[in-house]
Design a protein around this ligand. Structure first.
Ligand SMILES: *Cc1c(COP(=O)(O)O)cnc(C)c1O
Length: 256
């Protein structure tokens, strides 16, 4: 268990959001970056509707969710918050592509042509495009989803046929560790891969976004070039659900 404090009220959410924004700004200053180049994506998995509504009142307009059905349920329940956008950041099975096509504003975990094909087909029939990021496994752990770095270039070359997918960049989960010397290389690997792909990516494929960094490591990720940090617990509070409910087979992530 970690010591992230729980936010329930609008006031508490305002405080947590201000704190995270301040730390993003400080990390940017340290790295000589403009804070406007880093987008905060609050991650609301396991969080109840009532608390999400308070986070919305405190200013959240985008939310990341790992599981499609949980996200879809919340989207339906909060359809009255018409400017709230939902981002899917977890592995997708093709049989749930229909749900994602229906409501998601961005899908950050593309890692197979089957999923690309299924999503594109659903999106075509709805006549809507979807921003996507390709998930890369930068930690070499079997347990994590995402393509091995050396397969990404060939994968990306096959994406232009999926006309409804707007490819924006890459996403990764770093190694779970308190040791920055082990975490940092994952972020460096993603950035270097992105820089290489910028040269080779086919027309229509943008390679700008780097979604990397979570509550425990987002400052490090910003130092290494992150443009989207996905932060759950530092905003909402410690999760009781073990992480292996979201990242199957990850040995319970107790630092190192
Ligand atoms: C849960 C989750 C996060 C956020 O993790 P926290 O520790 O809550 O900040 C980021 N990315 C993905 C893919 C997640 O599933």
């Amino acid at each position: 268990m970690n010591d992230y404090t729980t936010a329930n009220t609008v006031e508490e959410f305002r405080r947590h959001l201000a704190e995270v924004h301040a730390r993003i700004a400080a990390a940017c200053a340290k790295a000589g970056r403009d804070p406007a180049t880093v987008r905060l994506l609050p991650v609301s998995k396991t969080v109840s509707e009532e608390r999400i509504r308070n986070a919305y009142a405190a200013g959240c307009r985008t939310l990341g969710e790992n599981k499609v059905q949980e996200a879809h349920r919340k989207w339906q329940a909060m359809a009255d918050l018409s400017d709230l956008r939902w981002f899917i950041i977890g592995h997708l099975q093709t049989n749930k592509a229909k749900l994602v096509a229906e409501f998601a504003s961005e899908f950050q975990a593309l890692d197979s042509l089957r999923v690309a094909e299924a999503l594109d087909r659903r999106l075509q029939s709805l006549g809507r495009p979807l921003d996507v990021l390709v998930q890369v496994n930068t930690s070499n752990e079997d347990s994590k989803f995402g393509l091995p770095p050396e397969e990404v270039e060939a994968f990306v070359k096959q994406l232009p046929v999926f006309a409804s997918l707007r490819v924006r960049g890459l996403m990764t989960l770093a190694l779970f560790s308190d040791n920055a010397a082990k975490v940092r290389p994952c972020f460096v690997r993603l950035r270097e891969l992105r820089d290489r792909l910028r040269q080779s990516a086919p027309d229509g494929i943008a390679m700008n976004a780097l979604s990397m960094g979570m509550s425990g490591d987002y400052e490090l990720a910003i130092e290494e070039g992150s443009t989207i940090v996905r932060v759950g617990q530092a905003i909402f509070g410690a999760r009781k659900t073990p992480d292996n409910a979201y990242w199957p087979d990850v040995a319970s992530s107790t630092g190192e």
